[in-house]
Design a protein around this ligand. Structure first.
Ligand code: HEC
Ligand code: HEC
Ligand code: HEC
Ligand code: HEC
Length: 462
């Protein structure tokens, strides 16, 4: 056993013994639930303090309302996958394990923020049509005044619901409410309040804002808004003036195939232009992330996969699947499609301690996967971000980063002479399919979205 041996080694010297004590203290602190995310105002408000979104949107902010309704922001509580994860996994798990007990309330801090602040947790199921269903809505965002602490994360918003709505302009005339020009809403920190999440083990399980902050766009002053709430010439209220730079409430992200399409540009080339059967040819694929301001995938990284499929077709139409060449970095096995089981920790919530897990990837074996694996306290891969104690290798594609992947292919003896076409396709999935199927998540959540493809040719000599 490794552990007692380490302890014995430590006990050999009394100075190291001291560091052992320190080690245990640190370990203890790391295990205690972090309370920073608990909002100081939880259970101190009433639903009646916030206007309903259809009040804001039925006759005044008509277009903004329709845009918001189409976005995920309006579905943050009603979206079926969220409902499944919260009620089927998170709540039962929270009730069994003190370390993660906080999530019973905490999930709502970002997904049904009013419910957290009024103390209505868990909120009624979406089918009961309570005010939790309004999700992240107009009056919630427009009465946020700042955040508590050093960094925006874990719903540490400061709210001041009431007649004064915070927005981008000085004194716009509104017959319905007072206005206050807020620079805070215009900042990326505002988004970070809900787009950074630290779990009970102190892991940054969601870090879209932090990724952005250390990337090239933040340095250039390109904010979240510039890609997700773009400006256009329009009115912002039906009775108001037209503005050149009216903020569109698109909030389009990973659920919009049009936003995902083309995020990464692909090019594939061979190292030679002609080859004979039995000869080895090496193909190189360059993947350039030209569209995201953070890593790709970002956000719910525990669920998302992005993978590269390379296939060659000879002149007779026979197809060959090319597995990626290994690079040899630590943890690489999690970045290559494989036939193994994972996600056994769902067994805790499902009352099945012997749960064997489901397929880890559900994609062709040997394909490169761009992801960052999340591990539970037992070191098993998990999609339960609240139960994450460590991360594996971060093999996502950063903003403006280019990654190269190679595929070595020995032409088979029976390959058909003539032109061979080799195509690289980059696919994306919001939720790994075996997990989606196991939990009964609607199919669109595991539908394959093609990000891009590119082809090259090789002349196969007789
Ligand atoms: C009060 C919390 C909160 C704030 C503030 C917030 N968001 Fe969100 N946002 C959410 C939640 C929760 C979702 C997830 C909805 C779902 O899928 O359940 C979301 C979803 C999104 C999505 C869609 C993601 C997808 O998968 O398609 C985008 C894009 C987005 N937010 C951008 C922003 C930007 C930009 C800002 C700042 C201007 C912002 N958000 C501020 C909570 C928030
Ligand atoms: C340069 C443009 C750009 C900037 C800046 C940018 N994003 Fe994005 N964002 C994208 C694109 C493109 C996608 C779609 C691909 C993807 O899912 O990453 C996206 C996706 C998202 C998603 C969906 C992620 C998921 O998997 O559910 C969220 C949430 C999001 N962005 C929030 C933000 C926030 C918050 C900021 C600022 C801190 C920000 N974005 C800055 C371009 C941008
Ligand atoms: C996730 C938070 C969020 C939600 C939800 C949200 N907004 Fe906004 N809204 C913003 C931000 C951020 C801005 C722009 C701030 C800036 O650029 O300074 C904005 C700007 C506005 C503006 C001013 C636009 C302009 O260009 O003058 C209006 C009006 C507005 N929102 C109304 C609404 C209405 C109505 C809804 C609901 C249908 C809504 N908002 C939902 C965050 C939000
Ligand atoms: C700090 C804010 C925050 C907390 C706390 C939070 N979420 Fe989320 N959640 C988000 C945001 C923002 C997104 C969407 C965008 C993304 O992927 O980044 C999201 C996405 C999701 C998704 C994926 C939606 C999709 O369609 O892919 C599920 C499911 C979900 N959350 C469930 C939960 C559950 C269950 C909890 C509690 C254990 C929880 N969330 C806690 C902010 C939060």
């Amino acid at each position: 056993m490794l552990f007692p041996r380490i302890i014995n080694a430590y006990l050999k010297s009394s100075t190291v013994c001291f560091s052992l004590l320190a080690f245990f203290c640190v370990a203890l602190v790391a295990v205690l639930p972090v309370s920073a995310g608990e909002n100081a105002n939880a259970a101190k408000h009433k639903y009646g303090e916030w206007e309903k979104p259809d009040y804001c949107g039925s006759s005044c902010h008509v277009d903004i309302y329709q845009q918001w309704k189409q976005s995920m922001m309006s579905q943050s509580y009603t979206h079926h996958w969220d409902e499944i994860e919260y009620f089927k996994l998170a709540i039962p798990h929270a009730e069994k394990d003190e370390i993660v007990a906080e999530v019973k309330e905490g999930c709502n801090g970002c997904h049904a923020p009013m419910s957290l602040l009024v103390g209505d947790v868990p909120p009624p199921r979406p089918e009961e049509n309570s005010r939790a269903n309004e999700g992240v809505h107009c009056d919630f965002c427009h009465t946020i005044t700042g955040y508590d602490g050093e960094l925006p994360f874990n719903f540490n918003y400061v709210v001041d619901p009431g007649d004064t709505k915070h927005g981008p302009r000085e004194n716009p005339e509104s017959p319905a409410h007072e206005t206050f020009k807020s620079d805070f809403l215009a900042s990326a920190d505002f988004c970070g309040i809900c787009h950074n999440e630290k779990d009970s083990y102190g892991m940054w399980v969601k870090s879209t804002h932090l990724e952005w902050k250390e990337g090239p766009y933040a340095a250039e002053g390109v904010r979240c808004h510039d890609c997700h709430m773009t400006n256009a010439k329009s009115v912002t209220a039906s009775m108001g003036p037209e503005y050149e730079d009216a903020r569109q409430h698109l909030f389009h992200g990973a659920h919009d195939p049009g936003k995902v399409r083309g995020v990464v540009e692909l090019r594939i080339h061979p190292d030679v232009n002609e080859a004979e059967p039995g000869e080895a040819v090496k193909f190189t694929v360059a993947l350039f992330n030209q569209k995201t301001g953070h890593k790709f995938p970002t956000g719910s990284v525990e669920d998302r996969i992005l993978w590269l499929h390379v296939e060659a077709t000879d002149a007779a139409g026979k197809a060959y699947h090319l597995p990626v060449d290994k690079k040899g970095f630590e943890g690489e096995e999690y970045t290559i499609g494989s036939d193994v089981l994972a996600y056994q920790d769902m067994g805790i919530a499902l009352d099945d301690p012997d749960f064997k897990g489901v397929q880890r990837d559900g994609i062709p074996i040997g394909n490169r996967i761009f992801r960052m694996p999340y591990f539970d306290p037992q070191g098993r891969m998990t999609i339960q971000q609240w139960y994450t104690k460590s991360f594996g290798v971060d093999y996502r594609i950063g903003p403006r980063e280019t990654k190269l992947e190679t595929f070595s292919f020995e032409l088979p003896d029976d390959v058909e002479p003539g032109q061979m076409k080799i195509t690289a396709t980059l696919n994306y999935q919001l939720l790994v399919k075996p997990v989606a199927d196991f939990l009964g998540v609607p199919e669109e959540e595991s539908a394959i979205m093609e990000v891009n493809n590119h082809s090259t040719y090789l002349e196969v000599l007789p």
